[in-house]
Structures are given as structure tokens and as C-alpha cells.
Design a protein around this ligand. Structure first.
Ligand SMILES: C[S@@+](CC[C@H](N)C(=O)[O-])C[C@H]1O[C@@H](n2cnc3c(N)ncnc32)[C@H](O)[C@@H]1O
Length: 344
């Protein structure tokens, strides 16, 4: 399989905004080549492993890279990306040259590109995710480690939506819960649920590549006795009742199975959903309430905020300060909704 690698030469300030544009164009993630980060944190610690050299990073500015399946439409997509990037200056975002370049990569190169920039990250109170090729040593007592090799499936564990789901699982699981993970990707949420203490987890995905990847990662993490992986469309043919359903999937897809989720959960059970952009939050809330859920909590991670003067800025911490959230002027970002099935 061939992939198109789209590289954008831009500024630190524009990273989040450019990443958003690339994701809207269909990329499931981005790689950021930032010489400051590479020089400061990586060369000393990981230099030998990653074998970084000057050609790996730009001499000035930042390169944001994304990968899309090669297609006849790619030139057109690149033009749209260029226009969207130039349009950012209208929001007060300095994009630098904003130059966009295109290259073809083979599947093997793609895997290598991700591996180079993926490092251990503490995603929740108890869970740290580390790539399989890192020799990570736990830094605190009771730290739970998930080792992942994402390969071609979605789910390095570091996307804001995945992080919010893991945090919600960390809060919800105290021991012996039964869990279903709809759209498991690499299996990261299922493995997290098992490590946190769930007694049984069903990991489901429609995509064969994801199913294979999840199986590999479940085994790698020693969670095979707790997690079963299967190819399945949403909750079709799946029986409950279970304590928790987690689904990091687009809002439009959540709407398709919200009633099945209610059917498959125990009364009082939790439906943890992310993959919802803020603009779709109200629709998902309405669908959940109609299906018999009560929304008990909502978490947000944002890519961009609007200042009072109307200009926009990217938030590098990716967490909305309450002052901004309360003013309701968030323009783009992700939501994680936690809903409880009402007792009958
Ligand atoms: C955003 S990824 C989430 C992966 C992982 N759970 C995580 O949080 O990182 C969404 C996943 O949903 C899967 N998916 C999409 N539509 C689906 C469907 N109709 N039934 C089952 N899985 C689906 C995709 O293949 C993909 O792996």
C-alpha cells in the first residue's frame, strides 16, 4: 500500500492549527518535527535509539507531517490544505512559509516515521503508555504500563480523545467491571480497562487491520485472559449486560448505536464516548438523553481557542482553562461524554 506524506513547514505557534487542517483532510494523526524539542529532549536521552541527524529536522521552524492513503485526488487535497493554511493568518496565526510538500512513501517507511517520534507518555493517574521498542522503567508505585505497537491501526494512545477515554476509565474502574470497547483500534482502551482491573473486556472493530493489531497488543500486554478481540460492526449481535461501554469514535457513528449501547448496559452502567468534536456535542447529548442516558460528566481537550479580540491561538497544553470554557468561546476541540444508563 502506498501513502502520501504531506509536509508543512510552519511555526511553533501554528502547530495545532495546521494539525487540525491535516486531520480534517483525512489524516488520523500527525508527526511533528520540531528542532527545539529534538535538540532539547531527545538527542541526549534517545539519540542512540533514534539516530537523529540534522537531516531529520528543519534548521528553522517546524515541520508537521501527515499521511494519507495515496489517491488520484491528492493534488486537489494538497491545494485545499494550502488554502486553509494561508487562511489561518486571518485568525492572527503566524504560519511562517506555510509551504506544503508531497512525497510518496511505502508502508514500511510509514511505520518507521511514526516509530521515530513516539515516546512514553503518562496519560492518566495510573496509566503510562510506552512504545514496545522503548525500555521504559516505571517512575512511581502502582504505575500501570501499556506497551503498544500501533502499526497501521489508529491508537498510539496519545490522541486527546484516547487520553480522555483512558482518564474516564481510570476513574470508573475500581475492580471486576465488565467492559465493551467499540472501535478498539490498537486495543489501547481495552488493555487499559484490563490493567485497571476490569474482569472481562470485549474489544470490537470493523477494520481487519485494527483487529489484528489489537490481538497483538493484547497478547503483548499479558491481557489475553481478560480481553477478547473480534471483528464486528458496532454492537451488532452483541449481548450484555455490561458495566461499561467505551467508544472513541466519530459523533455521527455514536449516534448510530446509542440505543444498542443502552440495551447492552446494565441499569446504572456507564457509556464513555469521545471522538466528538465540540460542534457535535449537543447532537450526541440529545441522542443519548433520548436513548435513556443521563450525562454525568464531560471533559474537553482543545486544539484552539479564540481570544476576546477575535484572534485565535493554539493551546499547547491541549486542556481548556475553565475561564475560557465558561465563556463558551471555544471554536474547536474534542469532547468526552460520560453517560449513565438510567434505572428502569
Ligand atoms: C478513532 S479510532 C479509536 C481507536 C482506539 N479505541 C483509541 O481510542 O485510540 C476509531 C476506531 O473505530 C473503528 N470503527 C469505525 N467504524 C466502526 C464500526 N462501524 N464498527 C466497529 N468499529 C468501527 C475504526 O476502525 C477505528 O479503529
Amino acid at each position: 500500500m502506498n501513502w502520501s506524506e504531506i509536509s508543512v513547514h510552519t511555526t511553533q505557534e501554528a502547530i495545532e492549527a495546521v494539525s487540525n487542517i491535516l486531520q480534517e483532510a483525512g489524516a488520523s494523526g500527525v508527526v511533528i518535527e520540531d528542532p527545539e524539542v529534538l535538540k532539547r529532549e531527545w538527542q541526549d536521552t534517545f539519540g542512540e535509539i533514534y539516530q537523529l541527524s540534522a537531516k531529520d529536522y528543519p534548521s528553522e521552524g517546524v515541520i508537521v507531517k501527515a499521511y494519507l492513503l495515496a489517491s488520484d485526488q491528492i493534488e486537489q487535497t494538497v491545494q485545499q490544505i494550502e488554502q486553509a493554511i494561508q487562511g489561518l493568518s486571518a485568525y492572527g496565526i503566524e504560519v511562517g512559509s506555510g509551504a506544503v510538500s508531497l512525497a510518496e512513501v511505502q508502508e514500511e517507511d510509514w511505520a518507521t516515521a511514526w516509530k521515530k517520534y513516539y515516546k512514553p507518555v503518562e496519560v492518566s493517574e495510573r496509566i503510562t503508555i510506552t512504545p514496545t521498542w522503548e525500555n521504559y522503567v516505571p517512575e512511581k508505585e502502582n504505575e500501570l504500563i501499556i506497551e503498544l505497537d500501533p502499526g497501521m491501526a489508529f491508537g498510539t494512545g496519545t490522541h486527546p480523545t484516547t487520553v480522555m477515554c483512558i482518564r474516564a476509565l481510570d476513574e470508573a474502574i475500581s475492580g471486576d467491571e465488565t467492559v465493551i470497547d467499540v472501535g478498539c483500534g490498537t486495543g489501547v482502551l481495552s488493555i487499559a480497562a484490563a490493567k485497571l482491573g476490569a474482569s472481562s473486556v470485549r474489544a470490537l472493530d470493523l477494520d481487519e487491520v485494527a483487529v489484528q493489531s489489537a490481538r497483538t497488543n493484547v497478547e503483548l500486554n499479558g491481557t489475553k485472559n481478560t480481553v477478547t478481540v473480534a471483528q464486528n460492526n458496532l454492537l451488532d449481535g452483541i449481548d450484555g449486560p455490561v458495566d461499561i461501554i467505551v467508544a472513541n469514535i466519530l459523533a455521527e457513528v455514536i449516534a448510530l448505536f446509542v440505543e444498542d449501547a443502552a440495551r447492552t448496559l446494565k441499569p446504572g452502567g456507564l457509556f464513555i464516548t469521545s471522538g466528538i468534536i465540540t460542534q457535535k456535542e449537543a447532537d450526541v447529548r440529545a441522542a443519548m438523553e433520548k436513548a435513556g442516558f443521563r450525562i454525568t460528566d464531560a471533559h474537553y481537550m482543545h486544539d484552539m481557542y479564540e481570544k476576546e479580540d477575535g484572534s485565535r491561538y493554539a493551546d499547547t497544553d491541549r486542556v481548556a482553562p475553565p475561564s475560557i470554557r465558561d465563556r463558551g468561546d471555544i471554536k474547536s476541540g474534542w469532547v468526552c461524554l460520560i453517560a449513565q444508563r438510567k434505572a428502569e
